[in-house]
Design a protein around this ligand. Structure first.
Ligand SMILES: Cc1cc2nc3c(=O)[nH]c(=O)nc-3n(C[C@H](O)[C@H](O)[C@H](O)COP(=O)(O)O)c2cc1C
Length: 189
C-alpha cells in the first residue's frame, strides 16, 4: 500500500568529507535540527569504506560497504552533503558511491535524493553538485531539483561549536528537507 503518512520517514545523510571539523558534516547536523515533523535523519559513516578494488569485491563485499548498501536501501530518502574538490566530487564520496552501486540490486535506483554542499569559496560546491547529480541520475536516483543549497563563504556561517548560525542558510536547509519530504511522499503515492 502506498505510504502517504509522513509519520515514519527516515532520511540517510551521507557526507563527502571525513574530517571532524567538516563544514558539510555540520550542514547535516543543521539539517537534523531543521527536519519537518515525522522525519528522522541518521548519518552513514564512510570512514571504513576501503578503496574500490574488484579483486577485493571478488572475495566478498567488505562489511562497511554492505552496511552502507543496507542503510541506503532501508532509507526512505538520501540527503548528501558534499564538498567540492578540484571542481568535482571528492574521491571519498565517489568511491563510496562506486562501491554501493555494484550489482545486484544497486540501492540508488528509485531512491529520492537531495544534495547540498558548503565551501569556504564563493561557488558553494556548484560544480561538485552538478557532477554528483549526473552520477546519481545514471544510477536511476530520483534527484530533487529545487531548492538548490550551495553555501559559499561557509566558514563564516557556523559558530565556534560548529552550529549553523546564518539565518538565511538555515532557511535554505529547512526548505530543502521539507522539499525532500514532499518529494519522497510524492514518489510513493
Ligand atoms: C583536494 C582539495 C581540493 C579542493 N578544491 C576545491 C574546489 O574546487 N572548490 C572549492 O570551493 N573548494 C575546494 N577545496 C576547499 C574545500 O571546499 C574545503 O577544504 C572544504 O572545507 C572541504 O569541505 P569540508 O569542510 O566539509 O571538509 C578543496 C579542498 C581540497 C582538500
Amino acid at each position: 500500500m502506498p505510504m502517504t503518512d509522513a509519520s515514519a520517514l527516515s532520511f540517510l545523510g551521507i557526507c563527502g568529507s571525513l574530517r571532524s571539523g567538516s563544514l558539510n558534516a555540520r550542514m547535516l547536523r543543521a539539517a537534523a535540527e531543521l527536519l519537518p515533523e515525522g522525519v528522522g535523519l541518521t548519518v552513514a559513516p564512510l570512514h571504513d569504506i576501503p578503496l574500490y578494488d574488484g579483486d577485493v569485491e571478488a572475495q566478498g563485499v567488505p562489511a562497511p560497504v554492505q552496511a552502507l548498501r543496507d542503510a541506503i536501501r532501508a532509507a526512505d530518502a538520501l540527503l548528501i552533503a558534499t564538498p567540492e574538490y578540484n571542481h568535482s566530487i571528492p574521491g571519498v564520496l565517489k568511491n563510496a558511491i562506486d562501491w554501493a552501486s555494484r550489482p545486484p540490486e544497486q540501492p540508488f535506483a528509485g531512491k529520492p535524493i537531495a544534495i547540498m554542499g558548503a565551501s569556504p569559496g564563493m561557488f558553494g560546491t556548484v560544480r561538485s553538485q552538478l557532477h554528483l547529480r549526473q552520477v546519481l541520475v545514471a544510477l536511476d536516483g530520483r534527484l530533487l531539483g529545487k531548492p538548490e543549497v550551495m553555501v559559499g563563504a561557509a566558514a563564516n556561517k557556523f559558530d565556534a561549536a560548529g552550529r549553523l548560525t546564518d539565518e538565511t542558510t538555515r532557511k535554505h536547509v529547512a526548505g530543502l528537507v521539507e522539499a525532500l519530504k514532499g518529494w519522497t511522499l510524492r514518489l510513493r503515492a
